[in-house]
Design a protein around this ligand. Structure first.
Ligand SMILES: Cc1cc2nc3c(=O)[nH]c(=O)nc-3n(C[C@H](O)[C@H](O)[C@H](O)COP(=O)(O)OP(=O)(O)OC[C@H]3O[C@@H](n4cnc5c(N)ncnc54)[C@H](O)[C@@H]3O)c2cc1C
Ligand SMILES: *[C@@H]1O[C@H](CO)[C@@H](O)[C@H](O)[C@H]1NC(C)=O
Ligand SMILES: *[C@@H]1O[C@H](CO)[C@@H](O)[C@H](O)[C@H]1NC(C)=O
Ligand SMILES: *[C@@H]1O[C@H](CO)[C@@H](O)[C@H](O)[C@H]1NC(C)=O
Ligand SMILES: *[C@@H]1O[C@H](CO)[C@@H](O)[C@H](O)[C@H]1NC(C)=O
Ligand SMILES: *[C@@H]1O[C@H](CO)[C@@H](O)[C@H](O)[C@H]1NC(C)=O
Length: 518
C-alpha cells in the first residue's frame, strides 16, 4: 500500500480553508492525508465577525470589494448569507446621503466646498489606478514615486501652484484639511501609515471587481463556515496549534518537512502550505540566528520580498452612543485644537453602521491604529466625545457610569440634548502575534514582483538538493513549502478574494503535481 502524500496547511483563514476545501473536494477526499493547524481558537483569521450592542459587526474584513466576478460574493449569495432579519453593519446608502462635514472650531462645512475637493481627490486616485497615464514614463525613470507625492503635487496644481499663494486664499487651509481627510481614508484602504511610502506604479496593477461593494448580512464568517463545513466532520482542522518552527530540506527522513508547535508536539509532512500573514513572516525572519520560523532560513529572494513589501495596521473602533439617527460625519482637522487627542486627528469619518443604529464606526490606520489598541475604554470615550463636541458643537457627557445599564446614558430622556458613549469595542490586529498587522501593500522600493516572489514554492526548481535519501527515490522532494495568503496575490492582495485565489492556486499546484487536477 502506498502512503498518501501528507499535506499540512498552516492557518485556518480564507487562504488556508480555501486550499483545504479544494484539496479535499477535488481529490475525492481519499488522495491526501490532509490537516490544517490554526494558532488561534477560532476559524477565519482576519475575518472575525462579532456582535456589539446586539448588532452583527465585522472586526476584520468588512466589504466584498465589487460583486461582479467575486468568488466571495458567489459563496455568500449561494449560501443565502446576503440576507438577514437581524441588523448588521451595512453602511446603507441612506447613511451616506446624510453625510455632514464638520471642521475643527465647531462649524459645518458646506458641500459646495467639500465636493470640488472630493472630485479632485477621486480624479487623482482614478489616474493612479489607470493602467496608462501621463506618469507612465516617469514611474519607470523614478521608481520611488509614491501615491503620497503624486497626491500632493495634484493638490498643489489645483491650488494654482506655490506662487499663487496657497495661504493667501482664506479657504486654502480648510481645503487642504479636506484633502487630507480624503487621504486619511486612503490610508485605511491601503494600510499604509504614510501615503508617501505607498508605491505609485503598483497601484495601477491592483485590480478591483466591478459592481457594488457590499457587506455580508449574516457575517463574513458565513463564507468561512461554508468552506470549513466539509472539513469539520473529518477532524482535519486543529485549533490552538501554533507552529513555532518549520524545518524543511530535511535529508535524514522520508518526509522532508517537520513542524514544531508551541505545545511541544511535532508533525511531519511532504508539503506544507504556509498562509500566515506577511506580518507574521516579517517577524519570523527577524532572527537569522536559528531562532526564526524557518530552518534553514528562507532563501535570499524570499527574505528580500518579505522585507520590502509593506504590511500596515488598520483597526476598527465601534462605539455605542446614547442616540439613534446620529448623522454620518466627515471630520476635518484644520487647526491644532489641543483638546482633540493626536490619535483622533487622522480619523476621516465617524458614522452609524446603518441608518437606525446606535453603533458608530471609525477606521484607524498606522500609528493611530496601534495607539487605540493600548488605550483604555475610558480614554477612547473621552477622545471620541471631545472630537465630536469640538467639531459639531454638540454637548457631550463623559462621566458616565459604565456599570449601569444603557438607559442611564440618556439625560432627561432627551435624545437630542447630550450625547454619551455607553461602550466601545475595537479590533487589535497590530499587537496580535498571529497577525501583527492588517493587510499588505506595495511599499516604495518594492513592486508586484515581490508579491510573486512571495508566492513561489520552495525549494526553487533550479536549486533542489539536500533530500533524496529515501529508498527508491532518485527524485528530490518538490514543493516542500508553499505559500498562500493575501500577500501572495499580485493583483488582488489585501483582500479576502485575493486570499481565496491564493489558496486555490496552491491547492491546484499540488493537485497538478499529483496529476489529479481533473
Ligand atoms: C480591519 C480589517 C479590515 C479588512 N477589510 C477588508 C474588506 O473590507 N474586504 C476585503 O476583501 N478584505 C479586507 N481585509 C483583509 C482580509 O481580511 C484579508 O486579506 C484576508 O482575510 C486574509 O486571509 P489570509 O488567509 O491570507 O490570512 P489570515 O486570515 O491572517 O489567515 C492566516 C491564519 O494563520 C494563523 N496563524 C498565524 N501564525 C500562525 C502560526 N505560527 N501557527 C499557526 N497558525 C498561525 C492566523 O491565526 C490566521 O488564522 C481586512 C482586514 C482587516 C484586518
Ligand atoms: C471517487 O470515489 C468514488 C467512490 O469511491 C469512485 O467511484 C470514483 O471512481 C472516484 N473517482 C476518482 C476520480 O477517483
Ligand atoms: C482553544 O483555547 C481556548 C482558550 O484559549 C479554549 O477556550 C478552547 O476550548 C480551545 N479549543 C480547542 C479546540 O482546543
Ligand atoms: C513614454 O515614452 C515613450 C518612448 O520614449 C513615448 O513614445 C511615449 O509617448 C511616452 N508616453 C508619454 C505618455 O509621454
Ligand atoms: C468524502 O467525504 C465525505 C465527508 O465529507 C464522505 O461523506 C464521502 O463518502 C467521502 N467520499 C469518498 C469518495 O471518500
Ligand atoms: C476578534 O473579535 C473579538 C470579539 O468578538 C475580539 O475580542 C478580538 O480582539 C478580535 N480579534 C482581533 C485580532 O481584533
Amino acid at each position: 500500500m502506498t502512503k498518501k502524500p501528507r499535506i499540512v496547511i498552516i492557518g485556518a483563514g480564507m487562504a488556508g480553508l480555501t486550499a483545504a476545501n479544494k484539496l479535499h473536494t477535488h481529490s475525492n477526499n481519499t488522495t491526501f492525508d490532509l490537516s490544517v493547524f490554526e494558532g488561534g481558537s477560532r476559524l477565519g483569521g482576519r475575518i472575525n465577525t462579532s456582535t456589539f450592542s446586539s448588532e452583527k459587526i465585522e472586526m476584520g474584513a468588512t466589504w466584498i470589494h465589487g460583486i461582479s466576478g467575486s468568488p466571495v460574493y458567489k459563496i455568500a449569495k449561494e449560501t443565502g448569507s446576503l440576507v438577514s432579519d437581524e441588523p448588521w453593519e451595512c453602511m446603507d446608502p441612506t447613511v451616506d446621503n446624510k453625510v455632514k462635514t464638520f471642521a475643527e472650531g465647531g462649524f459645518e462645512v458646506d458641500s459646495s466646498i467639500v465636493e470640488p475637493i472630493s472630485e479632485l481627490f477621486n480624479a487623482l486616485m482614478k489616474k493612479i489606478s489607470q493602467k496608462e497615464d501621463i506618469y507612465e514614463n516617469a514611474t519607470r525613470v523614478c521608481s520611488s514615486l509614491s501615491v503620497g507625492s503624486f497626491l500632493k503635487s495634484g493638490f498643489d496644481d489645483y491650488c494654482g501652484g506655490e506662487e499663487n499663494g496657497v495661504d493667501e486664499r482664506g479657504r486654502s487651509s480648510l481645503e487642504e484639511a479636506i484633502f487630507t481627510m480624503f487621504s486619511n481614508t486612503q490610508r485605511t484602504y491601503t494600510s499604509a501609515d504614510d501615503l508617501s511610502t505607498l508605491d505609485y506604479a503598483a497601484e495601477s496593477e491592483y485590480q478591483m471587481f466591478p459592481g457594488e461593494e457590499i457587506t455580508i448580512a449574516k457575517g463574513y464568517v458565513s463564507v468561512i463556515n461554508h468552506l470549513a463545513s466539509v472539513l469539520l466532520p473529518l477532524g482535519v482542522i486543529h485549533l490552538n496549534k501554533t507552529v513555532t518552527k518549520i524545518e524543511w530540506r530535511r535529508s535524514e527522513e522520508c518526509l522532508p518537512v517537520k513542524l514544531c508547535f508551541s505545545d511541544g508536539s511535532v508533525v511531519f509532512a511532504d508539503h506544507v502550505i504556509v498562509t500566515v500573514s506577511l506580518g507574521v513572516l516579517k517577524a519570523g525572519i527577524e532572527s537569522s540566528d536559528g531562532g526564526g520560523l524557518f530552518s534553514p532560513p528562507l532563501p535570499g529572494f524570499k527574505l528580500d520580498a518579505i522585507k520590502r513589501l509593506g504590511f500596515g495596521v488598520v483597526n476598527k473602533l465601534f462605539v455605542e452612543v446614547s442616540e439613534r439617527h446620529f448623522p454620518s460625519l466627515q471630520l476635518v482637522f484644520d487647526r491644532e485644537d489641543s483638546k482633540i487627542p493626536w490619535w483622533m486627528r487622522r480619523t476621516a469619518t465617524i458614522a452609524p453602521i446603518h441608518s437606525n443604529s446606535r453603533v458608530l464606526l471609525s477606521w484607524f490606520a498606522g500609528k493611530e491604529a496601534l495607539e487605540i489598541e493600548k488605550l483604555t475604554d475610558e480614554e477612547i470615550i473621552d477622545g471620541v466625545l471631545t472630537t465630536i463636541s469640538c467639531l459639531t458643537g454638540k454637548e457631550v457627557k463623559k462621566d458616565i457610569d459604565t456599570t449601569k445599564p444603557f438607559v442611564n446614558g440618556y439625560v432627561n430622556g432627551n435624545d437630542d440634548e447630550v450625547l454619551s458613549i455607553t461602550k466601545v469595542l475595537k479590533s487589535k490586529w497590530g499587537g496580535d502575534p498571529l497577525f501583527r498587522g492588517s493587510y499588505s501593500y506595495v511599499a516604495v522600493g518594492s513592486s508586484g514582483d515581490d508579491l510573486d516572489a512571495l508566492a513561489e514554492p520552495l525549494p526553487r526548481v533550479n536549486e533542489k538538493g539536500g533530500q533524496g535519501n529515501c529508498h527508491d527515490q532518485d527524485k528530490v522532494h518538490e514543493l516542500q513549502v508553499l505559500f498562500a495568503g493575501e500577500a501572495t496575490h499580485r493583483t488582488h492582495y489585501s483582500t479576502t478574494h485575493g486570499a481565496y485565489y491564493s489558496g486555490l492556486r496552491e491547492a491546484n499546484r499540488l493537485l497538478k503535481h499529483y496529476k489529479c487536477d481533473f
